[in-house]
Design a protein around this ligand. Structure first.
Ligand code: PLP
Length: 634
């Protein structure tokens, strides 16, 4: 556990049990005595063939834990409740979940259900997100907020007005000045009195990667001049009372509570000014930004960590708003936050398998290789060899490496010219490897080939260098003997993970058991990836999303089971995304089998067209990832 810093990033949900497997405590710290879930057992249950009592789901696999989601929501709510109570704040906290972080239907529905007792709502940033938020909130608390952010056209605004007509507590947040004209016009046409918010562009800016949305040059929000113009327009239309919410967002992963307090304080001043100008202000919406400690370091100066927890975050917000409002004599507003990352990150674990690992490079330098080298090479070969061994004997290791490099370059040139055969080239590679190894300069890092697409499942690693904790989910009672990087299935050199939390360029890994892992399977988990990764992931090389299982309470709080299992998209599904028609493709290929293969070929050695057609059908229906040998069709 210490090697992978699990106690740092995993607490209170993840730890290692006495079998050396990752263990999950879905209720976090509150329920230390409750049953824990052995992650390996879940993975085996999900992936083993049905004939062995499993669910037969192909990997990769997302394990969703709704109880963790519930615990995150309740922890956030109680952090604010506590700060409000202890600081004598005179209004309540009422959060919303920004659905863009993970729009999965069950995630959103769970959040609405678990958050209903404390009026937890949703935030949408586009028309489809608004549609899903509207329908999900129909089953939620009537007071839950539905915050409409993002760029808006007339249709988006009309939809938000319809939502208000349907008694959903909808707020249209102006992100661009022009939106106010549409809102005034459409609300009059539709006869709906809207509740309006506006997003302020704050001067407070955070310097990390996620801070580019903040500051005066940030992409979103209204400048002070624009805010004043919007107020005037609303006043002129007799709608200033509709302006009730002030929103800002200074970026995700806010590194410190000092910066947070600075931003919230600035926003609270604007809030008080809007009150002074006559708006019926009720809510201050502090956006997202509540950070996650991905590496467990609590280091405030990194994009992958933050120097505070939920309690400190809530205390800083409540204090900053209260301080400003008290000085201005303004009633305390309802505090809303749009925390996404902090709510959904922990609830999902991506499981994937290492299929094979590179052995150290080329042919071993056997005596045959050396002989080859001595006898069959060009006339320079013996001299090269002698120079190398002389340098080695003198202990001049740098010189050895230099010779080996020069030698390799020369022989590669000769191979390109056609004067060296492939066995000779392999012997040169072998000699150079031997030299590196002998002087301790060989690269000890191995490449583990994993059944995964980085582009689909860890897009933020590829896109913005975001690091996530990646850990073997079993064998954690065995000291890992290898250092490795992970290389994915795509035909793309960016499809690899070669940076890990703690600034490491390799991951401690175990030797695969059986040659290339065929015997004992080796499962790895990527943790804390429940936010953004699923929605941002693409279909590079036509690898699509993983299978998903949902693990939740079955018979009361002491027993957990897989309560839902869905295989990932099939080859046919991904082809459809690219406008192909898999049914027609299948028919075309089937006719071709009938044209070229005769049914009476169907003896022991040859496949007839019927069995070829069913094998083709299986290929369309299976997932694009590598299949375990036992479930392979041919
Ligand atoms: N609200 C807005 C307007 C955002 O742009 C974002 C994401 O950047 C969020 C909320 C969610 O932020 P986080 O995931 O940091 O909580």
């Amino acid at each position: 556990a210490a090697l992978y810093k699990i106690d740092g990033w995993g607490a209170p949900y993840f730890s290692v049990n006495s079998s050396g497997n990752i263990s999950i405590r879905p209720y976090g710290a509150d329920t230390l005595s409750h049953q824990e879930i052995d992650l390996l057992k879940i993975v085996k249950k999900a992936s083993e063939p049905k004939s062995m009592g499993g669910l037969g789901l192909p990997l990769p696999l997302i394990v969703r834990l709704p109880d963790v989601l519930k615990n995150r929501l309740e922890s956030l709510q109680s952090a604010f409740d506590f700060a409000i109570q202890s600081q004598g704040y005179e209004a309540h906290y009422q959060g919303v979940y920004p659905v863009k972080c993970n729009q999965d239907r069950f995630v959103v529905e769970d959040i609405v259900k678990f958050g209903s007792p404390f009026r937890f709502g949703l935030e949408a940033g586009s028309k489809p997100e608004l549609l899903l938020a509207m329908s999900s909130l129909c089953k939620g608390n009537a007071e839950a907020l539905l915050i409409c952010n993002g760029f808006k056209d007339a249709e988006y605004i009309s939809l938000a007005l319809v939502a208000r007509k349907l008694h959903l507590n909808t707020v249209i947040v102006l992100e661009q000045e022009e939106e106010v004209d549409l809102v005034i016009d459409l609300s009059q046409k539709l006869g709906v009195r809207p509740v309006i918010g506006l997003r302020a562009k704050l001067r407070t800016k955070h310097s990390g990667h996620f801070g580019s949305t903040s500051g005066e040059k940030g992409k979103f929000g209204l400048t002070t001049t624009q805010i004043l113009r919007v107020v005037k327009k609303l006043e002129k239309s007799g709608m200033l009372d509709c302006l009730q919410l002030l929103h800002f967002h200074i970026g995700s992963q806010i590194p410190t509570t000092a910066l947070l307090a600075d931003g919230v304080g600035e926003a609270a001043q604007i809030y008080c000014e809007l009150v002074r100008l006559g708006a019926c202000m009720r809510v201050i919406d502090i956006g997202g930004g509540l950070g996650i400690d991905y590496d467990g370091s609590k280091a405030p100066d990194s994009d992958v960590s933050v120097g505070y927890g939920l309690d400190e975050y809530a205390a800083a917000v409540v204090h900053a708003v209260r301080f400003v409002c008290d000085r201005k004599g303004v009633n305390h507003p309802v505090i809303c936050s749009e925390s996404g990352r902090a709510i959904v990150s922990h609830h999902s674990i991506l499981i994937f398998e290492a299929m094979s690992a590179t052995k150290s490079g080329s042919l071993p330098m056997t005596s045959l290789g050396l002989q080859y080298f001595g006898e069959r090479f060009t006339e320079d070969a013996p001299a090269d060899y002698l120079n190398l061994s002389a340098a080695a004997i003198r202990g001049e290791y740098e010189t050895c490496l230099l010779y080996a490099d020069q030698l390799k370059q020369r022989y590669v040139e000769q191979f390109k010219e056609g004067s060296l055969d492939i066995e000779q080239l392999a012997a040169v590679d072998g000699l150079c490897d031997l030299v590196s190894k002998a002087i301790g300069a060989s690269d000890p890092v191995r490449t583990y080939n994993v059944n995964l697409s980085i582009f689909t499942s860890i897009p933020d690693f590829w896109g913005i260098g975001q690091l996530f904790p990646i850990v073997p989910i079993h064998r954690l009672d065995e000291r890992p003997g290898v250092k490795g990087i992970l290389s994915d299935l795509t035909c793309d050199s960016d499809g690899k993970v070669d940076k890990f939390i703690g600034g490491e360029s390799s991951l401690p890994l175990h030797e695969l058991e059986g040659d290339g892992g065929s015997g004992g399977r080796y499962y790895l988990g990527m943790f804390l990836g429940g936010a953004y990764q699923e929605s941002l992931g693409g279909v590079h090389n036509l690898f699509a999303g993983p299978s998903v299982v949902r693990v939740s309470q079955s018979d009361g709080p002491h027993s957990f089971a897989v309560t839902r299992a869905v295989p990932g998209p099939s080859c046919a599904d991904v082809l459809r995304l690219m406008q192909y028609e898999p049914e027609l493709m299948f028919e075309t290929l089937k006719h071709r089998t009938e044209e070229f293969v005769h049914e009476d070929d169907d003896d022991d050695d040859d496949m007839g067209h019927a069995s070829l057609a069913s094998s083709l059908a299986r290929s369309f229906n299976n997932m694009p990832y590598l299949m375990a040998t036992s479930s392979c069709c041919l």
